[in-house]
Design a protein around this ligand. Sequence first.
Ligand SMILES: NC(=O)c1ccc[n+]([C@@H]2O[C@H](COP(=O)([O-])OP(=O)(O)OC[C@H]3O[C@@H](n4cnc5c(N)ncnc54)[C@H](OP(=O)(O)O)[C@@H]3O)[C@@H](O)[C@H]2O)c1
Length: 272
Amino acid sequence: MTQRVVVTGASSGIGAATVRRFAELGWDTVAVARREDKLRALAAETGAHVIVCDVTDEDAVARMADEVRATGGASGLVNNAGGALGTESVETALNDEWRRMFEVNVIGLRNVTAALLPVLREATLAAPAADAGAAADGVDAEHGWASIMNLTSTAGLAAYAGGGGYNAAKYAAHAVTEVLRLELAGEPIRVMELAPGLVHTEEFTLNRLRGDAAAAVKPYENVTPLTAEDVARVLVGAFEQAPHVNQDLIVLRPVAQSSVFNTHRGPLAARG
Ligand SMILES: NC(=O)c1ccc[n+]([C@@H]2O[C@H](COP(=O)([O-])OP(=O)(O)OC[C@H]3O[C@@H](n4cnc5c(N)ncnc54)[C@H](OP(=O)(O)O)[C@@H]3O)[C@@H](O)[C@H]2O)c1
């Protein structure tokens, strides 16, 4: 049986790279986002099943889950849709942007998780996928397994000035991930979290800085950041582990970034 995974925020950046990586490794994929043209282009390349859906719209998410079930179900979910808006201080921030960040990074994650959990459970009732590693490892081969991966951020683990609303939203997504793992204890469903540091994707910083292209290149100057493909390889690698192995929290940074506050600019060189 081929494994099938739903990836939200698949129209660009880390989500699109994740769909490509899953497809390369033989997984069936369902690509979810709001921009249909981008999803269709990705589908032409990868064979992904496309579902146009705003994850903050509960009714649309329910319809998306129905379509996932009707077209073959899923044993994997990647909650990747999200993003940042603004770099203002707490004092000067725009509440509307904070609400939108909370809506997509937290409520959206909850909407999709709640709607797809019954579908993921159905996958656990089926015989394990041949490539899922359960039988090979001598682990319980009587049932299938399911996996959830939430994309948070190092901004969900360490606060920084100007991070306000994004920090708050990603800390919340981190907390929700931990709660979910506790609530699903006893079920063959692993709950994982990937918290990347600096990743150079085309749209993330551009959106954060409200389309200011000149400012949006600055964080990536004189440094080798992670690429979307780097993140996708690690993310999909976690799904490829034997299904009883749960990588609870993966923190992923470029070597040049030793913490949220320390990004080395310029060449890296051994101290002689
Ligand atoms: N880039 C970084 O440095 C970095 C670092 C750490 C964590 N992250 C996190 O990693 C994830 C992906 O980031 P990225 O860099 O790949 O950014 P990105 O290219 O801006 O991707 C964000 C994706 O989310 C989708 N999305 C946004 N709002 C949505 C909604 N309401 N409903 C459905 N889809 C929605 C967007 O598609 P549509 O507009 O088509 O809907 C897009 O595909 C985000 O959660 C981000 O917070 C990024």
